[in-house]
Design a protein around this ligand. Structure first.
Ligand SMILES: Nc1ncnc2c1ncn2[C@@H]1O[C@H](COP(=O)(O)OP(=O)(O)O)[C@@H](O)[C@H]1O
Ligand SMILES: [Mg+2]
Length: 244
């Protein structure tokens, strides 16, 4: 067993994570991984239980690479206020190999994700949300943070008076380095944004970063289209219907 927590108040909770996870009825997301909310000493926590890796990856995560739970925790510590507060992570082994892993963070009470304004063309205040989102991404970039999976479900948004508060989740894959303009523009490619919405975001991004607006828009749309084409190509290969 390998365990780390941000504060000793979480030690017992983390050690009993399997029980807490099993006993919670509030599953908020279930795909590859499952996410549940649990209440611990009046604090609402989010437990992410990662899909058990197949045998090859069990070996990889045990001997060669950090587990996704460990990466999520370490990256949360690095990015600070940009993500929900980290609580801890724990890895369990079976026959000496890493098997079940959990990452815990505090619940961020978001009202919507960036998916809603991206998919609903009449979403209230959508222009403003995109502009503020561009500023948020800019400040990540200025802090040398690159979220490698900046997809719509990974951007949580809360409204506070006239401004929006953004948090990134699903942060096991990140890079920390000085970013070129192309790295920055490419970072918007997984949002699956319509050209019109991408233009709104990138206009704002170009303005605060004092870059040429039309160059930035063209590049961002180019990367986004490349990502859409690639994903659609993979879907067609699998015989799945393509939406965009
Ligand atoms: N700390 C958190 N606070 C609130 N909601 C969260 C938190 N972490 C995850 N979620 C919710 O769970 C969803 C999936 O989490 P994520 O880490 O992206 O899992 P996956 O790897 O399966 O995509 C998010 O889109 C969000 O709705
Ligand atoms: Mg996600």
């Amino acid at each position: 067993m390998n365990l780390k927590f941000s504060n000793h108040i979480y030690e017992e909770f983390m050690k009993n994570i399997k029980r807490h996870f099993k006993n919670s009825n509030s599953s908020i997301h279930k795909a590859r991984n499952e996410i549940k909310i649990v209440c611990h000493k009046n604090e609402e926590l989010v437990i992410k239980s990662f899909k058990i890796p197949h045998i090859i990856n069990k070996i990889v995560y045990t001997f060669f690479k950090d587990s996704k739970a460990k990466k999520s925790y370490q990256n949360s510590l690095k990015v600070g206020q940009f993500a929900p507060k980290p609580v801890g992570y724990i890895e369990f082994r079976k026959f000496g190999l890493i098997c079940e892993t959990y990452f815990v963070s505090s619940l961020f009470k978001y009202e919507f994700t960036i998916r809603e304004p991206l998919t609903n063309s009449s979403f209230k205040d959508k222009q403003n949300i995109f502009e503020q989102f561009a500023m948020f991404v800019y400040s990540l970039h200025q802090n040398n943070i690159l979220h490698l999976d900046l997809s719509p479900g990974n951007v949580l948004i809360q409204k506070e008076q006239d401004r929006y508060i953004f948090k990134i989740v699903d942060i096991n894959r990140m890079r920390f380095k000085t970013l070129s303009l192309d790295d920055r523009l490419k970072n918007f490619d997984k949002l699956w944004a319509k050209d019109e919405d991408m233009t709104t975001m990138i206009k704002s991004y170009a303005k605060i970063s004092k870059q040429n607006e039309s160059y930035c828009i063209d590049k961002a749309i180019y990367y986004s289209q490349k990502n859409k084409d690639f994903k659609n190509f993979k879907k067609r290969l699998k015989g799945i219907k393509v939406v965009d």
